[in-house]
Ligand binder design. Sequence first.
Ligand SMILES: CC(C)(COP(=O)(O)OP(=O)(O)OC[C@H]1O[C@@H](n2cnc3c(N)ncnc32)[C@H](O)[C@@H]1OP(=O)(O)O)[C@@H](O)C(=O)NCCC(=O)NCCS
Length: 183
Amino acid sequence: MLIKPNSVDNQTAIETPRLLLRSMQAADLDALLLIFIDRKVMASFGGELFDRRQMEEWLHRNLEHQAHHGYGLFSVILKTSGVLIGDCGLELMEVDNTPVAELGYDFRSEYWHQGYATEAASAVRDYAFQTLGLPHLISLIRVGNIASRRVAEKVGMQFDSEFTRYGSPYWKFKIANPLTRRK
Ligand SMILES: CC(C)(COP(=O)(O)OP(=O)(O)OC[C@H]1O[C@@H](n2cnc3c(N)ncnc32)[C@H](O)[C@@H]1OP(=O)(O)O)[C@@H](O)C(=O)NCCC(=O)NCCS
């Protein structure tokens, strides 16, 4: 994993063997919309597709998060083609009255089953632990989303609990930063 913080515009890029994860930008709107109007992707979130306005709001939230916390979701670019194929990154949230960063990922369905989500999520995990020094990461996964659960397991997360969020049952997966764990 190669991390390149850019001191000029404060953007971060992470390079993996096949992918470039770079800070999300306002200009990514159209490419991101292709993920969120993908029926197979949106089936994991209840089925309703985004319209352009929802995409703008989603992107705006992520850009605000990035500006406020110094990290957020990356746009994931396939190096061979330069195509934006997914998003993967971190979102700070409050769970059980404790702030914790969630590791999340969504990829266009034509790029599934090639290990891209695992490759991106592993790089973000390492960035979160080695560069940001975050103590824990969680993933909140709708019960039944086996693909997402498998990605969480493959990046070393363990099942923590099942709980209800916004009326739907979720699995919580968790991993502790081995570099900050108390001896
Ligand atoms: C979850 C998601 C990102 C996985 O992307 P991907 O690039 O296909 O994942 P990978 O290729 O890295 O596969 C990781 C593992 O999941 C398994 N997997 C992938 N899709 C699967 C499916 N539909 N059912 C069962 N296992 C699946 C793979 O076989 C692999 O495990 P293995 O190596 O033991 O065989 C993708 O399915 C997606 O974008 N889904 C919709 C959005 C979503 O659910 N996001 C997560 C919200 S919590």
